[in-house]
Design a protein around this ligand. Structure first.
Ligand code: ADP
Ligand code: MG
Length: 473
């Protein structure tokens, strides 16, 4: 910007100064011409007449006579034109009279330098030129020829010091450049103010964004930044939701950790309990052989219950992470049918009706039968616990493509929507004596069989759990 302003400005400044100089020159030239013409008019007669009036006398005498006539004229005019030099010159007699007066120069021939006329050798024309005084000062001179009867006899000259013209030229330049500097200072000052002002507003805006503000009023001065704010806001929201996800994920990890711990503890406890149970079972069996007939049935019941306990403990072991899953080809309908007596025992006690709707054909699935048993029992136990007397529990199996579905439906109290997410968490229970492990175990069993579980529930109407198992896990 400085360059853009300075270059044309400099050009104009020089032109302007040049013009001013020209003006001054012109003025001086006009004055010189005025002096020259008034000198011409003031000559009473031609040189020759003047000289002739003196009669055939010597050149020196002629000069003296002419000096006597002409010098007073010059003297008089010099009052009107102070600062100017001028005089009369005769071709043959040299300088006749001059201002400022200097007798030593009278009669000398004009030389080049002061009056360029003598360099050009054309003194018979009007001629304005630059030159130097004998003391070396710049002068502007005019040569004004004098003719007598068509003959060129001599000339008038006038000159003036022209140093002040150059000085005026420089003064003009200094003036214009001062103006330029002033203008530049004003422009730069304005720019600085503008930048400072914007910087200040930007700082406020940045602080506003940093604090999470979103009002667009702050962007009046910088609408271009609006998209930036939108990006920042968007990122902020994304970060928030990312953070929420992370919190959820770490909660899930904590849940899995807990499940893991439970599995390991369960495995340990089950192991410790099963050993003494085997001993007890052995003794009971031996006692049963020796017992009277009336007691054998009771012993058999004890053994059956012990076996049931053992089964339950084994099912519990299915929580253990490193437990080996014993996959075999099993009929899901068969497994459930075998469980029905146990389920019925519970439903009868609770005054609930139980129905089983198996598919016509056996549903053969590669699975761990003990785990499937555990799964069905956990679901039915929950259903029975949630259903009041006269309710209905229905178990249904079906085959859709390569997927086996086991549906456990009840007409119980249903699950509150806000609990829906939590029911599979270990230790989540709404029951006073619940463990909160049933559904957690179901989930891990289904996970090991590459299946899925879905729940639909309506409060006061009932709940349907649907388990899907691939025929070949
Ligand atoms: P627990 O049975 O020990 O409470 P579960 O993991 O088996 O633990 O079940 C967790 C919770 O899920 C139960 O406390 C109950 O609130 C809810 N629930 C599970 N099944 C049903 C169902 N069929 N009807 C209503 N609520 C159920
Ligand atoms: Mg339960």
């Amino acid at each position: 910007m400085v360059i853009l302003i300075t270059i044309p400005f400099t050009f104009l400044a020089f032109q302007h100064a040049q013009y001013a100089k020209q003006q001054l020159y012109g003025e001086k030239e006009r004055t010189l011409l005025t002096i020259a013409t008034s000198l011409e008019q003031r000559i009473p007669d031609s040189f020759d007449t003047l000289v002739d009036g003196a009669g055939g006398i010597s050149a020196d005498d002629k000069r003296r006579v002419l000096y006597g006539k002409l010098q007073p004229i010059l003297q008089e005019l010099s009052l009107d034109w102070p600062g100017y030099g001028f005089g009369y010159y005769d071709k043959a007699l040299g300088i006749l009279a001059l201002i400022p007066e200097e007798p030593r120069l009278l009669g000398t021939a004009a030389t080049g330098g002061a009056l360029k006329t003598y360099d050009t050798k054309r003194p018979e024309t009007v001629y304005v030129s630059n030159g130097f005084t004998q003391s070396g000062e710049e002068i502007l001179s005019i040569n004004y020829p004098l003719y007598v009867g068509g003959d060129f006899v001599g000339h008038i000259w006038a000159n003036v010091k022209s140093k002040d013209i150059q000085a005026a030229y420089y003064a003009e330049l200094v003036k214009t450049f001062s103006l330029l500097v002033a203008i530049l200072l004003i422009i730069l000052g304005g720019l600085w103010w503008l930048i400072w002002n914007n910087k200040h507003s930007l700082t406020i805006l940045a602080e506003h964004i940093r604090r999470g503000g979103e009002e667009t009023a702050h962007f009046r001065d910088f609408p271009q930044i609006q998209p930036l704010l939108e990006t920042v806001t968007d990122l902020r929201y994304r970060l928030k939701s990312e953070y929420a996800t992370q919190v959820r994920v770490s909660a899930e990890i904590a849940r899995l950790d807990r499940l893991n711990l439970i599995s390991e503890m369960a495995a340990g406890v089950v192991h410790e309990v099963r050993n003494p149970m085997t001993v007890i079972r052995g003794y009971i069996q031996r006692m049963m052989l020796k017992a009277e007939d009336s007691q054998t049935e009771q012993y058999a019941t004890i053994i059956k219950e012990l076996d049931h306990m053992n089964d339950t403990l084994t099912a519990f072991l299915s929580l253990a992470k490193n437990r080996r899953v014993e996959i075999g080809l099993h009929n899901i309908n068969g497994i459930i049918e075998n469980l029905l007596p146990f389920i019925m025992a519970d439903t009868n006690k609770a005054g609930i009706k139980a129905h089983f709707y198996p598919t016509e054909r056996p549903l053969m699935v590669y699975a761990d039968d003990r785990e499937i048993r555990q799964l069905v029992l956990n679901l039915t136990r929950n259903a029975i616990e949630a259903t009041p007397a006269n309710g209905i529990l229905s178990i249904k199996t079906s085959l859709v493509g390569n997927t086996v579905c086991i549906t456990v439906a009840d007409t119980g109290e249903g699950i509150a929507p806000w609990n829906m997410e939590k029911i599979f968490d270990p230790f989540f229970t709404t029951k006073d004596s619940g463990t909160g492990l049933g559904l957690a175990i179901c989930k891990s069993i289904i996970g090991r069989h590459n299946g899925s579980i879905d729940v639909r529930s309506e409060r006061g109407a009932g709940t349907v759990f649907t388990v899907e198992l691939p025929v070949v896990a």
